[in-house]
Design a binder for this molecule. Sequence first.
Ligand SMILES: [Zn+2]
Ligand SMILES: [Zn+2]
Length: 150
Amino acid sequence: MARETNGNTRARSRPYDAPMSTHHASCSCGQLSVDCDGDPVRVSVCHCLSCQRRTGSVFGVQARFARERCRISGASTAHVRTGDSGGVITFHFCPACGATVHYAIDAQPDLVAIPVGAFADPGFPAPTYSVYEARQHGWVRIDGEIEHHP
Ligand SMILES: [Zn+2]
Ligand SMILES: [Zn+2]
């Protein structure tokens, strides 16, 4: 049973009306940020070489949210990339510190993708898809309930 924290009995009797949690993403310097209401519609790991280059890590982890639930603030510079699968993606990064905080996938205009690391939240929902595993580094292991795609 959820603990009452605000005296709002309506939230208890109609749980689907309970206030949504907000996830806050930001760049390294804090200038560029996104507030997302509710949970992401998809969280995935991508091992493609483009994601490796973009992140500087050996895979990318990203969450997609409904665009209408995201509020973006701060200045950003855009970089357009054609991914390994041919899709066009526009990355928005902070011009001061360089961190990518949100990006738009041409094929999914109603969604905003956000690198999970930008949330700096170890409790963030885990990924459920792992894609481009053909390009996964040999020492990487992705465990848990997750779909694996080559
Ligand atoms: Zn920044
Ligand atoms: Zn990728």
